[in-house]
Design a protein around this ligand. Sequence first.
Ligand code: AMP
Ligand code: MG
Length: 410
Amino acid sequence: MNDPRTLLSLDEALARLAAGAARHTLLEAETVSSFDALGRVLAVDLDSPIDVPPADNTAMDGYALRAADLAQAGGVLPVSQRIPAGHVGTALQPGTAARIFTGGLLPEGADAVVMQEQCEALAGEGLGQVRIDAVPQPGQWIRRRGEDVKRGTTVLAAGTRLTPQALGLAATIGAATLVVWRRPRVALFSTGDELVLPGQPLPPGGIYNSNRHTLRALLQAAGCEVQDLGIVPDRLDATRAALRQAAEASDLILTSGGVSVGEEDHLKPAVQAEGELQSWQVAMKPGKPLAFGRVGKALVMGLPGNPVSSFITFLLAVAPVLRTLQGMDAARPAPLLLRADFDWPRPDRRREFMRVRFNAEGGLALFPNQSSGVLTSTVWADGLVDNPAGQVVRRGDLVRFLSLDALVWR
Ligand code: AMP
Ligand code: MG
């Protein structure tokens, strides 16, 4: 059972998980305010009903004019109007300039803007005159109607995660509401008689439950609605009861701990008794014990209890399932090939995910303690090196780097 050849490869596990998740894909969409849609996933394409910018306007404070009215630098034109942003001017009289401010609508007839740094305002009747100290090129400093978004084009495709910048883009085309998939409902519990909640005194033999915080936050970052079922004792009956309760109203049941093969590990038999267990060992390090299956209509994923293992297995195996449920592309962010500034002479027979960080030389430094219980490594690290089974790494080799930010927030 511990022979790596009998373990499921991570890619095989992901393929099976994706097939299971595809059958559970959320079918209900809902309309939410675009002001309040951070992290949600678009259920339909968002098409623009307008051009952005809606009209030609100036990118600079300065003077709008006809380029042909100025043969050489130093020419003087009377100022015929003033156009602040948000105001509409009139057609530009030939042989004059319009004082204009960034975002101001280009008056009809003008074909160039000269920035105010290249102009000298001169006294005179009315709005005075301006000396233009540079020869303008037609089109300069003009932001064209539709240069950002053309009316009718899709600005955000279905399946897009709504990042802050995506919400800004939705707002720029005037979308007050967005059609998104409902949030996946995830029931979360931790197993372990040793677990104590932060805020409680730590008895002998106890440790604080960190996975509950980590996993709940990862689920929230992935756009999920989390039902927290707390800590479940290391007993088969209690684990079965928790699974039954969790299955009632969730798309996914996520657990941590109790998933190995010891007598205190009850998750596997509990899933087998209440539903169906598909697999429980994946050839990855950290994270070998990783159970998945189904209870009732809910998918179940049982993560290992070691805090680094549960964090990494979430990123690599649970996050893709959550993406599939929401109609997103499940693929991980593509790895970057970066230089290892460390040696890894004794690789594992399983595919490994080491905690690394950018150094000042533009390479990757390795966290000195890669143990799966050392949570400090996850905060220190910028990312993971995805190292193939049995692969020795020598200083200077190119390795596959996965950014933690991209894994957490994608
Ligand atoms: P298990 O997978 O239950 O055998 O747990 C493996 C290791 O992870 C043990 O040292 C546990 O004490 C620890 N562990 C399990 N669950 C948690 C948790 N929720 N928070 C922190 N450590 C945990
Ligand atoms: Mg345990």
